[in-house]
Design a protein around this ligand. Structure first.
Ligand SMILES: [Zn+2]
Length: 309
């Protein structure tokens, strides 16, 4: 009887381990791209950067809508969710909530860059200034020449694209986002797997940090691919970068996330490009091409994980 109990407990332990490993694999290998959240940066009273005649919020919305349309046309098994389709203001929290509640597999935020105008000055002439030294009888009158300046600014020549991912030091926050949104983003198998865990248990934290690392790698992979596609069509790529501040939303979404600076609204040539149909279509084609490559690499990764198992 005692021996039977030992065997029974042994089997139970084995089952538990199997469940753990299976759950863990499900958690780690989930590499799907079924839903993309497309975020048009800024909106409403938050106009973003301004050019000579246009605002970032309008360009980002036009590009985001075209991007969504092309994704649906060219990659029909991907569902697109927009954070906004109109000129409305949304806080970063609202944007992150939309992404998390919709259980996105990828978050792409569309923006325009801006660089401060360059200030110039030149001497346009001189004036004569009178000044005095000493006091009373010793007071003496002097004159001196003072240069007159003209100041003006010219648009900054900065141009090209940049794609951002969240700064590596912000991974704590990403892990927190994963914890808070766990019920929302986990597939049911994984949700079952972690549901009995203490939220502060080291096991759970290990899962979050593995997932965060995985999302970081995927975001970086996609950012590099987007910039690569921009280079292919002759855009000046200012590379994939990690931003230290100002991209709260990238950290707050429980999914891989990138922010694409599609060009400089402060550069007159690029402002025209960003506002043109041709420019917007070219940007959108590059991003869709990058999404296709990213999706393909995910599928390859998951099939190699499956075959390894
Ligand atoms: Zn912006």
């Amino acid at each position: 009887m005692k021996r039977n109990l030992v065997i029974f407990l042994g089997i139970l332990l084995l089952c538990f381990q199997c469940t753990f490993l299976l759950g863990f694999n499900t958690f780690y290998q989930k590499a799907r791209l079924r839903k993309v959240i497309i975020d048009a940066g800024h909106g409403g009273h938050d106009g973003g950067a301004e050019g000579r005649y246009s605002k970032e919020k309008d360009i980002s919305l036009a590009v985001a809508l075209k991007l969504g349309k092309l994704v649906e046309d060219e990659i029909p098994d991907i569902e697109v969710v927009f954070t906004r389709t109109q000129d409305i203001y949304q806080s970063p929290v609202t944007k992150a909530n939309i992404a998390n509640l919709n259980k996105g597999d990828l978050f792409i935020s569309i923006h325009c860059n801006s660089a401060a105008p360059v200030r110039h000055s030149e001497v346009t002439g001189h004036t004569t200034q009178v000044y005095y030294t000493g006091k009373g009888r010793k007071k003496k009158k002097h004159t001196r020449k003072v240069a007159k300046y003209r100041y003006w600014t010219t648009p900054n020549v900065a141009q090209g694209t940049e794609t951002y991912i969240w700064g590596a030091h912000k991974t704590d926050m990403k892990e927190k986002a994963m914890g808070e949104n766990e019920a929302l983003y986990l597939d049911s198998a994984t949700a079952n797997f972690v549901k009995d865990f203490d939220p502060n248990s080291p096991d759970r934290m290990i899962l979050y940090s593995l997932k965060t690392q995985q999302y970081f790698n995927r975001s970086a992979n996609l950012a590099l691919t987007v910039e690569d596609e921009f280079k292919k069509v002759g855009r000046i790529s200012r590379q994939a970068q990690q931003r230290q501040v100002g991209i709260w939303v990238l950290q707050a979404v429980a999914m891989p996330s990138i922010l694409v600076e599609t060009g400089f609204i402060s550069n007159p040539t690029e402002e025209d490009y960003l506002n043109s149909d041709n420019g917007q279509n070219e940007i959108v084609r590059c991003v869709v091409q990058a999404i296709k490559r990213y999706k393909y690499s995910l599928q390859n990764q998951s099939s190699s994980v499956t075959s390894n198992n």
